[in-house]
Design a binder for this molecule. Structure first.
Ligand SMILES: NC(=O)c1ccc[n+]([C@@H]2O[C@H](COP(=O)([O-])OP(=O)(O)OC[C@H]3O[C@@H](n4cnc5c(N)ncnc54)[C@H](OP(=O)(O)O)[C@@H]3O)[C@@H](O)[C@H]2O)c1
Length: 330
């Protein structure tokens, strides 16, 4: 089968698009004919040699997947051949990735695809959607009348946080790097958009939320805790989930006096039951039109190296040319 894989980590050029043997289902796995996949920043960190865990060789890149089950392992009872499914969390913790024509996956990481939603959309939503759900509901305990600030309302995670917060009735302030992206944020339901290239986020937050926001979600790899804590309400909850090497200073006094809390997590370490709960809500919001995928472009799987270059240029070098996810199709 065709797949995008590498033998040794390195720059995007190490990704080969070529033939590898089709995977064989273990008894507790299903074989999925892949319809679409999408790129996440973590894919580029792993490819660069982050060395978080040992990788299979060859290592098929990618975490996200949407497709159709074509074969069941002998022990699988919960799914059927022909069923459309989506999921994430592959290519992580030693598992093989998804950028291939077929992938064998434990059904604990797969969810039924709503009929009305395409594989492209589901692939674009998977990792970022589950991340947003875990942060908002399991960590920050978001309530309907809360206010949320999220950095980057058209970003992978940011667009999910924005829409999920609106779906339960919270108010949302977000940021955008251009007027076009600001318009997109408003289309997604943002109550206020700060165009961070033209105005100060801190100054605008003082005006838009004079008593502070209940949830402050930082997507940048270098959190600004002074800004965040100054912008939070009493008992505000801050979510951090990026920047492994970040060592910013932390204003202890204002943080504890306000009774704030800080929540960090890595989605791939969340138990499958927790991710399943997130997927159920995501499916419900997809069916009811409250959650929409944000897709910047769709590429053939053969352009995986180019997709990595583009993702890296955005998340790491902050080129900020993307407005939504990069989706690829085998
Ligand atoms: N812990 C976890 O479980 C987890 C899960 C998923 C992702 N992550 C991490 O979270 C981070 C974000 O992931 P992502 O997929 O959302 O990335 P992304 O799609 O590249 O989004 C990055 C966002 O940052 C915004 N941005 C960039 N520079 C900015 C600046 N100077 N000021 C304000 N906003 C700026 C961009 O906004 P504009 O386009 O408007 O400029 C964009 O919306 C990555 O580091 C990723 O590794 C962690």
């Amino acid at each position: 089968m065709k797949a995008s894989f590498f033998l040794n980590p390195g720059p995007p050029d190490v990704i080969t698009y070529g033939d590898i043997p089709e995977p064989i289902c273990r008894p507790n796995e299903v074989k999925v004919r892949v319809g679409a996949v999408s790129v996440n920043p973590i894919d580029t960190y792993i490819r660069n040699g982050a060395n978080y865990w040992p990788l299979p060789k060859p290592y098929v890149i990618g975490c996200d997947v949407a497709g159709t089950i074509v074969e069941l392992g002998s022990e699988v009872r919960s799914m059927h051949v022909g069923q459309r499914v989506w999921g994430t969390n592959q290519g992580l913790m030693g598992r093989q990735g998804t950028f291939s024509e077929y992938a064998c996956i434990d059904p604990q990481w797969l969810y039924p695809s709503p009929d009305s939603v395409s594989d492209r959309e589901l692939a674009a939503i998977s990792l970022v959607g589950i991340t947003a759900h875990i942060g908002l509901f399991s960590r920050a305990q978001l309530k309907p009348n809360d206010s949320v600030f999220v950095r980057g309302g058209t970003g992978g995670v940011g667009a999910m946080v924005l829409q999920m917060a609106k779906a339960i009735g919270a108010s949302v302030i977000t940021t955008a790097g251009s007027p076009e992206k600001a318009t997109r944020c408003r289309d997604l339901g943002a109550d206020h958009v700060i165009e961070y290239n033209n105005e100060s986020v801190g100054d605008r937050l003082k005006v838009l939320a004079p008593n502070g926001v209940d949830v402050f979600w930082e997507t940048l790899r270098m959190p600004d805790f002074d800004l965040a804590i100054a912008s939070m309400a009493e008992r505000g909850r801050m979510v951090v989930m990026a920047g492994r090497d970040a060592r910013p200073s932390f204003p202890v006094g204002p943080f504890y006096v306000k009774g704030c809390s800080l929540h960090g997590f890595a989605m791939f370490k969340e138990p499958p039951e927790q991710q399943n709960t997130a997927a159920s809500d995501i499916n419900h919001w997809l069916r009811t039109g409250k959650l929409r995928a944000q897709i910047d472009r769709v590429l053939p799987l053969s352009q995986s190296a180019e997709a990595h270059r583009l993702q890296e240029a955005n998340t790491v070098q902050q080129l900020n040319t993307l407005s939504g996810k990069i989706v690829l199709e085998p």
